[in-house]
Design a protein around this ligand. Structure first.
Ligand code: YH5
Length: 280
């Protein structure tokens, strides 16, 4: 039975779990400063928990191509009040979406259970900090850097290349003192991948299972659906649900999504199909 342990908190992964995305990057429409964006995020967190999210992924830095760098101080200012709010009001796991060691430390001290790093703990000091904090970590694959990663990404064999990256990062984590049972792997849909690469990754995701670690899929509303269907971000829900269903059937244990209720419904259908004997 698959599970993650963070301190005295246990996350059961024997059936797929939903990680709700909560961004606190200030949006251009909000003129009320950061107070209102944090308040809005708290309400969103309440909603996602009520809809069945088992993890809330809190991020204060944008990794979109062309996004501005955010200072650690600003990131901390945005995410800590939210972590404190969720930690005080809900019995869910909190993950911190950051690559910065000082943000990891502040977040875990404020109640975060999991470090989600799109840079797979490769920033200076990150791996040592994660080891010291002794919480589970999600290592995501990215080819290149956010600003330029979509400029003609290339792979020899995408599964072998990413597996090789995972093995190298797992070894580095273990050498730094991170427990193997604390590691989650994520192939990083959309991060330095062409449309074809993203669909090959989805079709072959089960090939990561031999690594023996829980897999996370981050597909929600991504360009691989927009490009395929010619749909804007707000019109990608059906495609995202289909993608997440395929990822789960290929072994994903955690799906990172914006639309928690709809995702939980599709998982309930999958689970009912698996467990029909338990139904009336
Ligand atoms: C991920 O895959 N992604 S931030 C562009 C979109 C929609 C969504 C244009 N953090 C991941 O969510 N962490 C992000 O449409 C992540 N895995 C993990 N572990 C990008 C994002 C997004 C970008």
């Amino acid at each position: 039975m698959s599970k993650l342990v963070s301190g005295n908190h246990i996350l059961d992964l024997s059936s797929p779990v939903v990680m709700g995305i909560l961004n606190v990057t200030p949006d251009s429409f909000s003129d009320g400063g950061e107070y209102s964006s944090i308040e809005t995020a708290c309400i969103q967190a309440d909603l996602m928990v009520s809809q069945g999210a088992k993890i809330i992924d809190i991020g204060g830095e944008s990794t979109r191509p062309g996004a501005k760098d955010v200072s650690a101080e600003h990131e901390i200012e945005r995410v800590i009040p939210l972590i404190e709010y969720v930690s005080k009001n809900h019995d869910v796991w909190i993950s911190i979406d950051t690559s910065k060691p000082v943000v990891m430390e502040a977040a875990v001290n404020a109640g975060a259970h999991l470090i989600n790093d799109v840079r797979a703990l490769q920033e200076p000091g990150a791996i040592e900090t994660a080891a010291k904090l002794n919480v589970p970590v999600c290592l995501m694959h990215m080819q290149g850097q956010p600003r330029t990663m979509q400029n003609s990404p290339q792979y020899n064999d995408i599964i072998s290349d990413i597996s090789h990256f995972f093995s190298e990062r797992i070894d580095a984590c273990i050498a730094a003192g991170i427990k193997r049972e604390h590691i989650v792997l994520d192939p990083g849909f959309g991060f330095g991948k062409t449309l074809s690469h993203n669909y090959e990754l989805l079709s072959r995701m089960a090939e990561f299972e031999p690594l023996g670690l829980p897999l996370l899929a981050g597909l929600s509303r991504k360009s691989m659906f927009g490009q395929l269907l010619g749909r804007e971000v707000s019109q990608r829900l059906s495609a995202t649900l289909a993608g997440n269903m395929l990822a789960i059937q290929a072994g994903a244990k955690i799906v990172r999504v914006h639309d928690v209720q709809e995702t939980c419904d599709t998982i309930a259908v999958l689970e009912a199909t698996k467990n029909f004997k338990t139904l009336a």
